[in-house]
Design a protein around this ligand. Structure first.
Ligand SMILES: C[S@@+](CC[C@H](N)C(=O)[O-])C[C@H]1O[C@@H](n2cnc3c(N)ncnc32)[C@H](O)[C@@H]1O
Length: 450
């Protein structure tokens, strides 16, 4: 005869599938997808075709990073229950996040056929249409979402973004303003409106928006930086560490894609300058100790690797560094402020390269001096800055309302001389496009006396 303790009896009590599912969903909602997946798995052992369990297991797998598995599971749920609209919408969401925009579009369209008044699905459809550069169709989808759900602030922001892209600025601005009215506690809406105003050189109005944003987030370093930038006066000597970290941690995931679309070529230009000064990479044995200064997601890494006995990267943003680590190629990555890092490593490098990073510095004296000191005799410094167009008005540097600094050529040259570096090459270049206009830059190669 078998005797069960009270505890064992409790654990062998059967619960219904519905209760088990409810329990799994509540665990999932608490942000524990791994544990939830174990619960869903147990349910699927008993009921392998349970559409909810398949669907939610798919969502859990998506949250765990297994996107292919997620698609497969949700499709199995839909094979059992083809009219399961929420599952189909989530299938679209997973496909959207995987970048399978055409598949996601199909999923959302099927959802909307079944439920034409599903505002969120119209919005999601807009997102994948925009990703496919079908801007007018995207705008129509967002408008539909807003008609169905007029208080949906994100829909207004999305509509504003697409109208800005099509050049309908006034309409874009009024869409953003609606978003601000509907969601005054949401920093995102201020960010979108202010950026649109800045892109139109409407700096006074942008300043007002930043001031409104400041009321809800007085300590946000992004707001403080842009208020200083819009005011023009009393610009800080460089962007604060917290500004750089906040902006680039947020930007890390989309940085490479966004900058490719903007024709970003600072890394390639720095690579060319290195080749001009040191000979094409691969000609000789990689013999140099190299620092990628402000390495970001590591776009310069592959261009510097052929020269490097040791390749290090330094950056303030943990998010950007994580991307660089994923790309690979660096021997070491350091989370640190650039001037501090360089100052702490005298005569440590043969080559220091800084692509599109000194535009977050106004005063260049300390950072260029530290870069010079970090080089060994005969070492090379390559970098880009944005160039001040009207250098007579701003002979050293200027902080612009978009938040970056530009520098006058004469100032850059003077800082190099002061740091004991000889200018070997200085080229006028276009770094990328912004609001469909070229961003003028200086590409500089300098050498420390041997
Ligand atoms: C526009 S990204 C350029 C990244 C990379 N060099 C490239 O060309 O793709 C600028 C990078 O500089 C970093 N940065 C800006 N100011 C910095 C500072 N004071 N110290 C360290 N990193 C800084 C940012 O975190 C960001 O990753």
């Amino acid at each position: 005869m078998e005797f069960l303790t009270a505890h064992e009896k409790k654990n062998t009590q059967k619960i219904s599938l519905d209760d088990a599912l409810q329990l799994a969903v509540s665990v999932h909602r608490q942000g524990k997808p791994r544990l939830a997946a174990q619960h869903y798995e147990a349910i699927l052992q008993v009921a392998p075709s349970h559409p909810d369990a398949l669907h939610y297991m798919g969502v859990a797998q998506h949250h765990l990073g297994n996107h292919e598995g997620a698609v497969n599971l949700i499709q199995r749920a839909l094979a059992v229950a083809p009219d399961y609209v929420d599952a189909r919408n989530n299938l679209g969401n997973v496909q959207k996040e995987m970048g399978r925009h055409a598949d996601a579009e199909q999923s959302y369209r099927a959802v909307l056929e079944a439920r034409p008044d599903f505002a969120l699905a119209h919005n999601n459809l807009g997102v994948v249409l925009r990703a496919q550069e079908r801007l007018d169709e995207a705008a129509a989808a967002y408008r539909r979402a807003i008609v169905l759900s007029p208080k949906f602030a994100q829909g207004w922001v999305n509509l504003g973004n697409v109208l800005k892209k099509t050049g309908d600025f006034n309409e874009a601005l009024s869409a953003y303003r609606n978003a601000v009215l509907l969601s005054p506690d949401n920093p995102e809406v201020y960010r979108s409106l202010a950026r649109a105003l800045v892109s139109q050189q409407r700096h006074e109005e942008a300043l007002e928006v930043y001031r409104e944003w400041e009321k809800i987030e007085p300590d946000n370093p992004v707001v403080q930086h842009h208020i200083a930038a819009c005011q023009g006066a009393a610009a800080p000597e460089r962007a604060s560490d917290s500004y750089v970290q906040t902006v680039f941690d947020r930007f890390a995931d989309s940085f490479d894609d966004v900058l490719t679309r903007l024709g970003y070529c600072a890394p390639a230009m720095c690579g060319e300058m290195v080749a001009t000064l040191l000979g094409a990479g691969g000609d000789a044995k990689p013999a140099l100790d190299v620092l990628d200064a402000g390495c970001g997601t590591g776009l310069c890494g592959p261009l510097l690797k052929p020269y490097a006995r040791k390749l290090e990267g330094v950056d303030l943003s943990a998010g950007m560094l994580a991307k660089a680590a994923k790309r690979g190629g660096y021997d070491k990555l350091h989370e640190a402020e650039l001037t501090a890092w360089l100052s702490g490593h005298p005569a440590a490098y043969d080559l220091v390269v800084s692509a599109d990073t000194l535009c977050y510095f106004g005063a260049l004296d300390a950072v260029i001096k530290a870069a010079g000191d970090s080089l060994r005799a005969g070492g090379t410094l390559v970098f880009t800055v944005e160039e001040t167009v009207d250098a007579a008005a701003a002979p050293q540097f200027l902080l612009h309302p978009h938040g970056r600094y530009s520098h006058a050529e004469a100032y850059v040259r003077a800082m190099l001389v002061e740091a004991g570096l000889e200018v070997r090459e200085l080229r006028r270049v276009t770094l990328r496009q912004e609001a469909s206009k070229p961003v003028a830059g200086l590409l500089v190669g300098a050498r420390k006396a041997g």
